[in-house]
Design a protein around this ligand. Sequence first.
Ligand code: NAG
Ligand code: NAG
Ligand code: NAG
Length: 303
Amino acid sequence: MATPLMRLLLAACPLLLVTADPIRKVSTNGTLPLVMWHGMGDSCCNPLSMGAIKKMIEDDVPGIYVLSLRIGNNIDTSNSFFMDVNQQVTQVCAQLAQDPQLKGGYNAMGFSQGGQFLRAVAQRCPSPPMKNLISVGGQHQGVYGLPRCPGESSVICNWIRKALNTEAYSDLVQKHLVQAQYWHDPLKDDLYKKHSVFLADINQERVVNETYKKNLQLLEKFVMVKFLNDTVVDPRVTEWFGFLKTGQSKETETLQESLLYTEDRLGLAAMEKAGKLVFLASDGNHLQFTEKWFNDNLLPYIR
Ligand SMILES: *[C@@H]1O[C@H](CO)[C@@H](O)[C@H](O)[C@H]1NC(C)=O
Ligand SMILES: *[C@@H]1O[C@H](CO)[C@@H](O)[C@H](O)[C@H]1NC(C)=O
Ligand SMILES: *[C@@H]1O[C@H](CO)[C@@H](O)[C@H](O)[C@H]1NC(C)=O
């Protein structure tokens, strides 16, 4: 059932995979647990990524319970590649609700697309309560460019972008391709609003869901990390909830300039007023940070 577009994306974007193995640690002694949702194609057990971060956190915060989410029931990567994000969120919500160690609440840290997926968890599933949401390179207004493509001028990137431009909002692609579900085409704003099954919903593009607005504001802090030299995420400002201005694809706007904020459709303006939004920047490319940077900047939010 894979279309040529999907096959091409599979080949070009191994980072889109969402399957991982669970990491569990026995009971904590007072520190709030941490739930992590890894990025595209990563896995919780990869000793070079989630595994290393988990170990680092456990060393720095003795006794902490770290749950690195596994999505889906097996490690069949192509299966999870095509898994509906809304289903993933539902499954994660159920998993969190059933975990006795999370009953008292938890902090959440999402890497790359895991950032916006955990925000959906905060908006849809207030129990157990999420305290701080830390988005590390998440794409809160989606992407209009292909992850891992080296740049605007590359022929192959342009070709794939063109293909996504024509197919991204079709029902089939929306339903089965993870990235299409946060594909945000500023030139096709009406199609995006109407057909984006995931991002347009959590960003209140069709209706203002008061439940989402209320739940998000239950967070103590919503921390967003942007990578200043990110060549994976396009546009970079989406990591701070900004995006391209509607109707063109060059000029960007900040969160504060967007309708989402000025009309406060999601409660973000209220959250900023209450000191709940934290915008952090890190030098370097996508998800590239030093242990010192992590400890200095992110650890304070998970202790
Ligand atoms: C949890 O226990 C460890 C030792 O097992 C201790 O070092 C740490 O300080 C404790 N943390 C809290 C928050 O009590
Ligand atoms: C708002 O979100 C809640 C929680 O996900 C959902 O149950 C409800 O159906 C949504 N309402 C609308 C109008 O979309
Ligand atoms: C970021 O990019 C700029 C310009 O391309 C470069 O001069 C700088 O060294 C890069 N910094 C890092 C940390 O990669």
